[in-house]
Write a new protein. Structure first.
Length: 304
C-alpha cells in the first residue's frame, strides 16, 4: 500500500498547531517540489525530538487542487457542502494549503511549524495559526468525552485512508473536512448537568450512552451516529482538538475518510432537520465559523 502521511491516523497528542496557508506564486512546480519534501522534514524532526511523538501532514484545498495537479483529481474531492438550514450554517472559507503538526510538546510544535514555514518561504502566506490542546482526558470544552466512538488501532488507518482497490492513484491519501467551531460556553454552562447530558445523549463523567427511553429529546449522539438511514456504517476518523483563550473557545474538528460521501452524509444528518424537524441540538451551543474541504495525498503521490 502507498505510504500515508502518518499524521492522518496518528494517536492523540497533548498539543497541536494548525496553519492555514494561501499560495502566493504562480510557480506550481516550485510548490509541488516543496510539498514533496514536507513528509521527510517531519520525519527528521520526529527523529530529533523522538520523545515528543511528533507527527503531521499537509493537505491541499479543494479549490487549489486543480491548479497544483491539473492532470489528476481524487474522484470524490469537492467543496465543503452547503449546510444552511434554519439558524444553522457552516460558511465555506477555502484556503490553499493546511499544515498540521501534533506532538506532546508545545515547543516542538512551534519549532517544527517554523521550520516548515521557512522551507515554504515566500511561496505561501500564513492566513491563520491555531494552537490546539488535549483537554482533561480527551474531552471537548463542553466537558464531555469527544468522539467516544472513534476507531482505535489499525482501524484508524482502514477508515481514514483510500484503499488501492478503490483508487490506485490516490491510495494512502485521505479526504479531509475541517470545521472550526466557536462554543457559546457561557450559555452552555447555564444548563444543568442533567440537561447537558440530555443534549449530548451521554453521561458527562463516564461517557455512557443514555437510553433513548430516558431521553426527553433527540440528542447529539443520535444525530452524530456513525450510521446512515439504512443502518450502514459511516467510515471516518475524527482528529478533533480544543482551542481557545480566556475570551473565546471552541473545537477544531477534522474528519478524515477514504470515502468522502460518508462524511458528507454525517454532516448533513447533523445540520439538516429531518421530517420531524430534529437536528443535532449541540449546534444550538456552538457555531462552525469556518469550514473547508481538503485532500491529504500519500507520501508516494507527493514525491512522484
Amino acid at each position: 500500500m502507498a505510504q500515508a502521511q502518518k499524521g492522518i491516523f496518528a494517536e492523540p497528542n497533548l498539543h497541536g498547531l494548525t496553519l492555514s496557508l494561501n499560495v502566493m506564486t504562480d510557480d506550481v512546480e516550485s510548490v509541488r517540489r516543496k510539498l514533496a519534501r514536507i513528509p521527510a522534514l517531519l520525519n527528521e524532526l520526529d527523529e530529533r525530538f523522538s520523545e515528543a511523538l511528533l507527527s503531521g501532514y499537509v493537505a491541499i484545498g479543494s479549490d487549489y487542487w486543480d491548479l497544483l495537479y491539473p492532470q489528476q483529481r481524487p474522484s470524490q474531492l469537492g467543496h465543503f457542502p452547503d449546510l444552511r438550514d434554519g439558524d444553522r450554517q457552516a460558511p465555506r472559507e477555502p484556503v490553499d494549503l493546511l499544515l498540521t503538526v501534533r506532538s506532546d510538546r508545545f515547543d516542538v510544535n512551534y519549532h517544527s511549524a517554523r521550520a516548515l514555514l521557512e522551507w515554504l518561504g515566500h511561496d505561501v502566506e500564513l492566513t491563520e495559526q491555531l494552537p490546539t490542546f488535549r483537554f482533561m482526558d480527551g474531552r471537548d470544552l463542553t466537558g464531555f468525552i469527544d468522539a467516544p466512538e472513534n476507531p482505535r488501532g489499525i482501524r484508524r488507518r482502514q477508515l481514514a485512508l483510500i484503499h488501492a482497490d478503490d483508487d490506485p492513484v490516490f491510495a494512502g491519501g485521505s479526504y479531509l473536512y475541517v470545521q472550526k467551531f466557536r462554543h457559546d460556553l457561557r450559555r452552555w454552562e447555564q444548563l444543568t448537568q442533567e440537561m447537558q447530558e440530555f443534549v449530548i445523549g451521554r453521561k458527562k463523567l463516564t461517557g455512557e450512552r443514555i437510553s433513548e427511553t430516558v431521553l426527553q429529546m433527540v440528542s447529539h449522539t443520535q444525530k452524530a451516529k456513525l450510521q446512515n438511514e439504512q443502518e450502514q456504517p459511516l467510515r471516518m476518523l475524527r482528529q478533533n482538538m480544543p482551542w481557545g483563550d480566556m475570551r473565546e473557545q471552541g473545537l477544531l474538528a477534522m474528519y478524515f475518510s477514504g470515502h468522502s460521501r460518508d462524511v458528507l452524509q454525517w454532516l448533513k444528518q447533523r445540520y439538516i432537520a429531518d421530517e420531524n424537524g430534529d437536528y443535532d441540538p449541540l449546534l444550538d451551543y456552538t457555531e462552525a465559523v469556518s469550514n473547508a474541504a481538503f485532500f491529504a495525498p500519500s507520501v508516494d503521490f507527493l514525491t512522484q
